[in-house]
Design a binder for this molecule. Structure first.
Ligand code: ZN
Length: 381
């Protein structure tokens, strides 16, 4: 297995160049493979790139790998994409298996080290089946907590910023439980454009591109396997598979089938609940338009800060101060650097040991899932 920190890219542009080069490798076994580059409606050179390839004989299965729905998470996502291409692509069967490899769903966020797109939309709250669900009255708890989640003032010096957050947290904790606070923050909201986890008031350009690709994928094959890359949640040094609440198989069942130790379902109990999740969307699309197709879709979540309460609080703080800095700035350069550091460590850890373990976990999960879903043969088979 390539076990090298060189897989982790230095910039969006370098990551994209490397991805585009992969067309050559794909063409060796899928001669009709194509590279697509969709430029966003934005002055910068920002593109969603994907390699698609039909099965060469009879289309039965399609393998979908997507990264950077949450921009900044795309650096780790890109490393995993490259790991997959260098290591697992050759194990698939081009005669019955097609490909859809998406380099960056949210290139603006990846380039600018943010989770959202250029319109402050968390794309993983924007994938609803019906745009009427982008509903401003959803999640009223957020509205009550809005001044804590998104203070409308510049960020002060680091010590004071820490204190203000701690004070705000303590004050909120008097009124609502930690559980309510967490779910109000993470559920998504559709009314506060400068807020956190804002899901947008319409389908975003990036969302539309992906929705159309998913529909094409369902039309092209009977069986879909979709793996989407994320970072930031869960125990440090451990990647978790996060299943949709719509997946029928239980986490325990899948741990055994995939021979992978850490699998949870995206429910309030095991993970957190949200609206507009992309993996949920793929399941809902299947249910509505392609009920006879076989689907397994999941997210790889690479834990960064950790899973203790103190880690979750630090993660909430990083989300809040990053958003506050973006909208209201900070007079001190040291504060700006602190925020950038906190945010980067939450979504793109630099520690070599962390990166090596992340590759190891992804390798194991790719192997277990591809095997269980019938995309590669078993070792002795
Ligand atoms: Zn994410």
């Amino acid at each position: 297995m390539p076990n090298s920190s060189a897989l982790f890219p230095l910039s969006y542009e370098l990551s994209r160049d490397r991805f585009r080069q992969n067309l050559i490798a794909a063409k060796e076994r899928w001669p009709d493979a194509q590279l697509h580059s969709r430029r966003l409606d934005h002055p910068e050179d920002l593109t969603i790139d994907w390699i698609s390839a039909p099965a060469t004989r009879q289309s039965e299965k399609i393998l979908i790998l997507t990264t950077a729905e949450h921009g900044i998470e795309g650096y780790v996502g890109s490393a995993m994409m490259q790991l997959f291409i260098e290591n697992d692509l050759q194990r698939l069967n081009p005669r019955n298996t097609g490909l859809l490899l998406v380099h960056t769903i949210n290139p603006w966020g990846m380039k600018h080290m943010r989770r959202t797109n250029a319109h402050n939309v968390d794309l993983n709250r924007n994938f609803v089946l019906d745009s009427a669900d982008l509903d401003a009255s959803f999640n009223p708890q957020y509205r009550q907590l809005q001044s804590f989640f998104a203070p409308a003032r510049p960020l002060p010096a680091i010590a004071l910023a820490r204190l203000q957050f701690a004070f705000g947290l303590a004050r909120q904790a008097l009124g609502v439980s930690a559980k309510t606070l967490r779910s109000a923050a993470l559920l998504g909201q559709y009314h506060h454009q400068q807020g956190i986890h804002y899901g947008g008031d319409k389908f975003q350009e990036e969302t539309r591109v992906l929705m159309s690709l998913y529909r094409q994928a369902f039309q092209s094959a009977d069986q879909l396997l979709h793996l989407d890359m994320h970072t930031g949640w869960g125990p440090r040094y451990q990647m978790s598979l996060i299943n949709s609440y719509l997946e029928q198989q239980s986490s325990a069942e899948l741990r055994q089938r995939f021979d992978y130790p850490q699998i949870v379902a995206a429910t309030g109990d095991e993970f957190y609940a949200m609206r507009g999740d992309m993996i949920d969307y793929v399941y809902l699309l299947r249910k509505k338009e392609f009920p006879h197709k076989r689907l397994y879709a999941t997210s790889f979540e690479f834990g960064t800060y950790g899973a203790r309460l103190v880690d979750e609080i630090r993660s909430l703080r990083a989300t809040i101060i990053d958003n506050q800095l973006y909208w209201h700035s900070a007079p001190s350069r040291r504060t700006q650097e602190w925020v950038a550091r906190e945010f980067r460590e939450l979504f793109y850890p630099q520690e070599k040991k962390w990166q090596a373990k992340a590759l190891q976990d992804a390798h194991r999960a790719f192997n277990g899932i591809l095997r269980a879903e019938g995309f590669i043969r078993t070792r002795w088979g």
